[in-house]
Design a protein around this ligand. Structure first.
Ligand code: PA5
Length: 454
């Protein structure tokens, strides 16, 4: 995984524990079958995630938006959930950390990916409508968490800006269907399309994540460049078994599936780039929603070093031996301040050192500790933790997730099981129809409960 002259991004397989993953050899033999499947799906237009046919037009739109429309606003209120929010948050936290630091004066993004009444109200009370762009992201255009907020935010905009409320909205939704598309058509609201077959959790490097990136002035071109460097070879019609076998996403997929077969049913992602910790949440949704199917899958556990060394790491090291780990680190980080010279003798080992030396030392300690505890571990080591590297990582992990799903024999781009909860919530709120769900609700909430005081 290399690109460009200065950088070298490495997947370190040294501690992958292949010897404990007997299924891996047979899985590797399936590269030809997987390459054929990829070619077929790409040809049928079902994998815009890898082929990115929408990118040229989007890059043009982004360049215009960046210097024009987006430049008018100081705040972006992003309404979206799941894959419509997690990529944007990861990019914001990784590359615009200023918003979480004292004294921030630049642009801000507020991501509303919940239905917390108090939080929404606090934002509407405090944000200046005249300087706020409301970016609504929903592929389906009718996700209740997002649309419920949209109704309230639209009313807020209309009240504050009766003449030009529409100019403070940008909708990112399906090109043809869904409630948001109807809204756009009815009111002439500015939109960007979510391309057909581009599922939420695979859509971060599209307008879904790139508009927030452009709004914050991040290097969105670098994200695209890095993403395509890893994704494009997989979308190449000439890709054959050998080509796929040599691609890091396939090796990761072989590892991911072989781990499940060997009973490693939890996958830790340990990010030793603190500002990148939200990528662990992004990956957790990608992996879990894609692969938790038919009684199979492995549970992603998002963690960040050094913080989680003092939290869940004891369980990783000495709990059930059912965990593997994707460890993400960088070759070099910030140097940090020098330690003062008047430290007590027990901290002598810090004399002459800088604060930035702690994190890599702790990363090494944790990586070795996990390895010595027999946790199969693959390390993704980035030469530079910039936008290009993030784009590469997102393509690598997205493609690896997809291929793992195919090796499992499941569909990694749907999420049927979560539909039940959505239908039940709608039934609870009194939506018409849904008779079966209403009957189930009544049985669940009334019959034979075992409820005790605490
Ligand atoms: O990854 C997915 O497909 C989901 O997490 C969706 O992103 C999430 O359910 C939101 O859906 P929508 O974008 O249709 O509002």
């Amino acid at each position: 995984m290399t690109a460009g002259s200065k950088r070298q991004d490495i997947l370190d397989w040294t501690n992958a524990s292949w010897e404990r993953l007997p299924a891996s050899a047979a899985l590797r033999q399936r590269a030809g079958e997987m390459a054929e499947k990829l070619a077929g799906e790409i040809k049928a237009g079902k994998l815009p995630f890898l082929a990115t046919p929408f990118m040229a037009a989007l890059e043009k739109d982004l360049a215009e938006l960046e210097s024009g429309f987006l430049a008018r606003f100081e705040h972006m209120l992003l309404l979206g959930i799941g894959g419509s929010a997690l990529g944007a948050r990861a990019l914001q936290k990784a590359f615009a950390p200023g918003q979480d630091l004292p004294g921030h004066t630049g642009k801000s993004i507020w991501i509303m990916d919940n239905v917390d009444a108090a939080v929404l109200e606090a934002h509407l009370d405090r944000l200046p409508a005249g300087k706020t762009l409301v970016y609504v992201v929903s592929k389906s255009g009718d996700t209740i968490e997002t649309i419920g907020q949209y109704f309230l935010v639209k009313a807020w905009l209309k009240k504050a800006l009766p003449q030009n409320w529409k100019d403070h909205l940008l909708l990112n939704t399906d090109e043809k269907k869904g409630y948001l598309r109807e809204e756009a058509t009815t009111f002439g609201i500015r939109t960007l399309p979510v391309p057909d077959n581009l599922g939420g959790r695979y859509s971060a490097i599209s307008a879904v994540g790139l508009v927030p990136a452009a709004f914050l002035g991040l290097d969105w071109r670098g994200l695209v460049r890095g993403f395509q460097a890893v994704a494009a070879p997989l979308a190449d019609p000439k890709l054959d078994a050998a080509g796929l076998a040599a691609h890091p996403s396939f090796e990761f997929a072989v590892w991911g599936k072989a781990l499940m077969d060997a009973g490693y049913l939890e996958l830790i992602t340990f990010f030793y780039i603190p500002a990148w910790s939200s990528f662990a949440d992004w990956f957790a949704q990608l992996w879990a929603e894609s692969l938790g199917k038919d009684g199979m899958g492995s549970q992603p556990i998002p963690t960040v070093g050094a913080t989680d060394q003092h939290s869940v790491n004891q369980m990783f090291l000495d709990g059930p031996r059912n965990k593997a780990c994707l460890f993400v680190e960088r070759a070099t980080g910030p140097e940090g301040l020098p330690f003062p010279t008047d430290m007590p003798a027990i901290f002598d080992y810090l004399q002459g050192k800088r604060f930035g030396e702690l994190l890599p030392a702790e990363a090494l300690g944790t990586r070795m500790g996990l390895t010595q505890s027999q946790v199969p571990l693959v390390a993704l080591r980035l030469g530079v933790d910039d936008a290009v590297a993030a784009g590469k990582m997102m393509a690598l992990l997205g493609a690896a997730t997809l291929l793992t799903g195919w090796l499992m024999g499941i569909n990694p781009v749907d999420q049927p099981a979560v539909e039940l909860g959505k239908r039940l919530a709608k039934a609870r709120l009194g939506a018409s129809g849904l008779a079966e769900e209403k009957a189930q609700l009544s049985a669940f909430t009334t019959g034979g409960r075992d409820e005790r005081g605490v």
